[in-house]
Ligand binder design. Sequence first.
Ligand SMILES: [Zn+2]
Length: 307
Amino acid sequence: MTEPPARRLLLVHAHPDDESINNGATMAKYAAEGAHVTLVTCTLGEEGEVIPPGLAHLAADREDSLGSWRVGELAAAMKELGVTDHRFLGGPGRYRDSGMMGTEQNHRPGAFWSADPDEAAAHLVEVIREVRPQVLITYDPDGGYGHPDHIQAHRVAMRAADLAAEPAFRRDLGEPHTIAKIYWNRVPRSVAEERFRRLEGQLRHSPFTAPAAVADVPGVTDDERITTEIDGGPFKAAKAAAMRAHATQITVSEPLFVLSNELAQPLFEVEYYELVRGGASAEGTIRETDLFAGLERVTDVAEVTAL
Ligand SMILES: [Zn+2]
């Protein structure tokens, strides 16, 4: 039996592209360091708006074939990041993009937003018990910015982490596993504000015309809540390339990018997190620079060979 990599990281996201925007540098860094990086994407992003006019026919209100197209975009993005283990929750197409909050699509059959969180979590429990990650990354309870699929991804990820550890839950899905550390995606408010101050000047040298606002950036929060920052500097190009692979959703012109609303946002090469479960409770002092910090005992050989 070949031993699995000692460090194993699981990310749970709502749509293809969220992983590259939020965690592209982090994923590339850990993959390059030999960690096992697993991405679980909950929907195919079928309701996304399409940027390139030549692909407009894919949209949900026309051919409704954007989902399968985005499976290809995600695969190309993962290649850029060096991530080989990427899956869709319950298999591709099991859950459908719910669209923006308050739209009809929220209640369409198969919409992720109308899924039973426990039932959806069971699919993730199976992945957790198979991969046995020490670290999980997902969104905060608001999903970063209130999108129904992001809120649901948060609920499902947190629920699955609990259920995976529960010995009485569905032993047919594998041996119980406790995830040692859980993080939520964050951006410190001071960093977001500083980057938006520079954005006006950067805009003039870009193909974009209008700026987004700090409020458009998911997960912005008070600096005190940030426990961890991952310097993705060396992986900035990989992150930008992964974002470019999601061409129906993102246009990149470093150091900026736009979504379909065409409002320019900064591309963050440092990625920030709030540790919400596990790890040392260092009273708000120095930020961690490694998601696996403090887990040496968990990742030792004894634990790995016990799998
Ligand atoms: Zn999304």
